[in-house]
Design a binder for this molecule. Structure first.
Ligand code: DUC
Ligand code: ZN
Ligand code: ZN
Length: 486
């Protein structure tokens, strides 16, 4: 009988706190030993030969096979989405079970389990999107679902079919506070966007680049400030998702200075894309639609500001916000036609597979952040924030054996990113042609090799659903609790 199912020998291990060379012993999908020159027999040995090894990525924000209301269809389901994640070094994903207005949260959860069942190749948890916070939802369903391991809630301040007004946001935050859930906030001012869009369209400014004009920084700044104020009022933490530029960062900085528990996320599109990418091409007026996402990519000065905020520690997590719609065909970006106005183009860009390689290449190997911050942003902090740590997000005895062994390329030997390298069902990447200094050589998910030297090796259904712990204790001891009914 072997001591281990697998030993990864001579790994250059990087975690949030440490960097050292060791062997990693794996049994039953878990890490059971870490030592220099691990004794004992193993059914399989992987020779890492001093390769950089990081925890498998935890992507705390991605969209697979989510129902839509405009006739569009997400390009990735749970199979192609998780396949793409695994090939890019991510071993846990957290997409969204989205409540439809007039329906229950439980229906959304049941439907999303059906969509995931037998398809995912890596482990997954669900966030809940609350679009209709009736008393039944906040008082009956949310407490029960939090108890069952759905411990994070996304709310929207924009999008007609999802948005909540301030009173509804307060009701959700009160429930999150009471039950120890994390609330993620999409912060953009809906009325400002509606008014700007109406006037842009009336003036004939319909091309993709006007998407950015319809959602300027002030729209995000105002909503960010309002979300912070509501979080302070309710004495409960929030996470501001997909923060895109300086003015939103300044609000978060201000809130942290007041000691408020405000977390923040940014995404590859705010580091690697800019408003210029929304431009048209000679042969396709909708060319820029490939980079339409919300909030929109900003200018180069904002891009630089987000890089600095990432390095300075302001951001808690770095997620993909993978939301893939195809450029070809009738259910993607062209759902409203080849000449559709920007306002009818589905929002979102693909990015679940390129998230880690882009940040390792341009962040760590480009000298902007160190490897520990990379691990913190991409694996450890999302696992902590969403109640999956230490099972996920680190390399430690007792943790799941979710690992990435990296190929690192010297300067001058870079890999050129091309869509046909990728494993999403999306028909393009917005990062086509970028130089990469790193790509996963091998990804392990619970000790199984899911990606090795260009070959995808997992089976649909290998991934399991992960119930999450409560990310924070229910809050019950502030002045609010003297009069707030339980
Ligand atoms: N914005 C979102 O809020 N969600 C999906 C994609 C996007 O661009
Ligand atoms: Zn959002
Ligand atoms: Zn999103």
């Amino acid at each position: 009988m072997n001591d281990f199912d697998l030993i990864v020998r001579d790994a250059d291990i990087a975690t949030v706190g440490d960097r050292y060379r060791a062997d990693i012993g794996i049994r039953g999908g878990r890490i059971v030993a870490i030592a220099q020159s691990l004794p004992g027999a193993a059914a399989e040995v992987i020779d890492a030969r001093g390769r950089l090894v990081t925890p498998g990525g935890v992507d705390g924000h991605c969209h697979f096979d989510q129902p839509t209301s405009d006739g569009s269809k997400f390009a990735d389901d749970f199979f192609t989405g998780t396949r793409s994640a695994a090939c890019g070094g991510t071993t846990t994903v957290i997409p969204f079970a989205c409540q439809q207005k007039g329906h229950s949260l439980q229906e959304a959860v049941d439907d999303y389990h059906r969509r995931a069942q037998g398809k995912a190749v890596i482990d997954y948890a669900f966030h809940l999107i609350v679009s209709d916070p009736t008393p039944h939802v906040t008082q009956q369903e949310l407490p029960r679902l939090v108890e069952q391991g759905y411990t994070s809630i996304k709310i929207y301040m924009t999008y007609d079919d999802l948005k909540l007004d301030d009173r509804q946001i307060i009701e959700v935050l009160a429930a999150a506070r009471r039950h120890g859930a994390m609330t993620m906030v999409h912060a953009e001012n809906s009325d400002c966007i509606a008014w700007l869009t109406e006037h842009l369209l009336a003036a004939g400014f319909t091309a993709p680049k006007y998407h950015a004009s319809s959602r300027p920084m002030a729209v995000e700044r105002e909503a960010t400030h309002r979300a912070i104020a509501l979080s302070e009022l309710l004495d409960t933490p929030i996470l501001l998702v997909h923060v895109s530029g300086r003015e939103a960062v300044e609000q978060i900085h201000w809130a942290r200075g007041r000691g408020l528990p405000i977390h923040a996320e940014t995404c590859p599109q705010y580091l690697f894309l800019s408003a210029e990418d929304l431009g048209i091409a000679a042969d396709d007026p909708l060319h820029g639609a490939r980079c339409i996402c919300s909030p929109p990519p900003r200018d180069k000065a904002n891009q630089k500001f987000i890089w600095n905020a990432l390095a300075s520690g302001l951001f808690t997590i770095f997620s993909s916000d993978h939301a893939p719609f195809n450029m070809a065909g009738p259910t993607g970006k062209r759902v409203a036609g080849d000449d559709a106005p920007f306002s009818r183009v589905p929002n979102g860009v693909p990015g679940v597979e390129t998230r880690l390689p882009l940040l390792l290449s341009e962040g760590v190997l480009g000298g902007r952040i160190d490897i520990h911050r990379f691990v913190e942003l991409t694996a450890t902090n999302p696992a902590r924030l969403y109640g999956l740590y230490p099972r996920k997000g680190t390399i430690a005895v007792g943790s799941d054996a979710d690992l990435v062994l990296w190929s690192v390329f010297e300067k001058g030997q870079e890999l050129r990113l091309a869509h046909d390298m990728l494993h999403s069902a999306a028909d393009y990447t917005p990062y086509e042609g970028r130089s990469l200094r790193a790509w996963p050589a091998l990804t392990l998910s619970r000790g199984r090799t899911v990606w090795r030297e260009g070959r995808f090796l997992a089976q649909p259904g290998d991934g399991a659903f992960l119930p999450c712990q409560r990310p924070h204790a229910p809050r019950t001891s502030s002045p609010l609790d003297q009069w707030l009914a339980p």
